[in-house]
Ligand binder design. Structure first.
Ligand code: OGA
Ligand code: NI
Length: 366
């Protein structure tokens, strides 16, 4: 009994130790500072090898759109579930409409996140990320002093389970922000649990096995300032897959920037104001033994307009285990069984580089 309680509390607080990032200047402050953005000033942000040519501008209309209300209604459920299975297996990425999160919850968080990033730097810095942590106002994935930097600022919090929260990072300005974060977070939890049950159906596994994997939530709010001088040479986020089980992305304003990699090319995703974007994360790829693959994506930068987004990373308990579930006894196991905390520590200890973190979880083919 005692041992159980001890390991429970150790697990919950362990999220705060999952990674760190070296402190860097706020890009928003850099852009706001007087003077031209010379290469001297922004040299560390210039990415030498952005494959801009492989962008397919017209294809984003094909990105699957899933209607949650159809998935939940008896007469349309089967056809919509087939679309969901296809979206997970063939895209790893889809938009969800009629997701059930009330408009006022979405509008509230969108408004407050915009207001938060408009606060003076001094105020935002009261919530600055502390060394050894991933929460607060700062960056992620900066692991060395000479790596290229990304054109964006972040504000991140561990929200679920509630014991994982560090309230010293929760802003008191805007005054409604804490409440909006709380409401949005719990609505996303409800939404992902409905989705988990449906994803379990598409895999023909026990819904509990999937729902279990969504117990924790890391919320990251992204602010991508415009880059007037060289927008095509910087990236808001380098190509990566998410270390989550599932990620729910809310685009806060309708400035395009997200691109997903499909068949080797980059497809820009047109913002759709009524939809949530969902993507398969590395942990779901491991659990499905590669049937649902995490999708690689990146964020490009606009010359004139800022972009904001909120990523909700749904992950299992820190102390949980992730392991492939096989469909048949003959199926070859492609991924290791890993501790969730171990995978995420590894994920956060590297700079973002495509799907390279997942290589650690792959069993070598002999
Ligand atoms: C992320 C991410 C995309 C975006 O936070 O991992 O991919 O549009 N965000 O901000
Ligand atoms: Ni991502």
């Amino acid at each position: 009994m005692e041992a159980e309680a001890a390991s429970g509390s150790a697990g919950e607080s362990s999220w705060s130790k999952v990674g760190t990032s070296l402190p860097v200047t706020s890009v928003q402050a850099l852009v706001a500072s007087a003077g031209e953005l010379t290469v001297d000033k922004i040299g560390r942000y210039i990415q030498p090898d952005i494959d801009a040519h492989a962008v397919l501008p017209e294809l984003s209309d094909e990105v699957p759109v899933i209607d949650l209300s159809k998935l939940l209604s008896a007469e349309s459920a089967e056809a919509e579930a087939a679309k969901l299975r296809f979206a997970c297996a063939e895209w790893g990425f889809f938009q969800v409409v009629n997701h059930g999160i009330p408009d006022e919850v979405i509008t509230g968080i969108k408004q407050d996140i915009q207001n938060f990033f408009q606060l003076p730097l001094k105020v935002k810095n009261e919530y600055a990320q502390r060394l050894g942590d991933l929460q607060g106002y700062g960056q992620v994935f900066v692991v060395s002093d000479d790596q290229k930097l990304e054109w964006g600022d972040r504000f991140a919090l561990f929200i679920q389970p509630p014991q994982a929260r560090d309230m010293s990072y929760w802003p008191s300005q805007p005054h409604t922000f804490r409440n909006c974060i709380e409401q949005y977070s719990s609505e996303v939890m409800k939404f992902t649990h409905s989705l988990a049950i449906l994803i379990a159906k598409t895999l023909e596994v026990d819904p509990k096995l999937v729902a279990d994997k969504l117990a924790s939530q890391f919320l990251r709010m992204n602010y991508y300032p415009p880059c007037t001088s060289t927008p095509e040479k910087v990236l808001g986020l380098s190509p990566h897959s998410d270390g989550s089980f599932l990620t729910i992305l809310l685009e806060v304003n309708s400035v395009q920037g997200l691109q997903i990699r499909r068949h080797g090319a980059w497809i820009p995703v047109k913002p759709h104001c009524d939809a949530l974007l969902v993507n398969v994360g590395d942990l779901l790829e491991i659990m499905t033994n590669g049937k649902y693959k995490s999708i690689e994506h990146r964020v490009t930068i606009n010359a004139h307009k800022e972009r904001l987004s909120i990523s909700a990373f749904q992950i299992p308990n820190y102390d949980g285990i992730i392991s492939p579930i096989l469909e048949t006894a003959e199926e070859k196991i492609l991924y290791k069984t890993m501790k969730v905390g171990e995978y995420l520590r590894l994920y956060f200890s590297n700079k973002l580089e495509g799907k390279s973190a997942l290589d650690y979880a792959k069993l070598s083919e002999i």
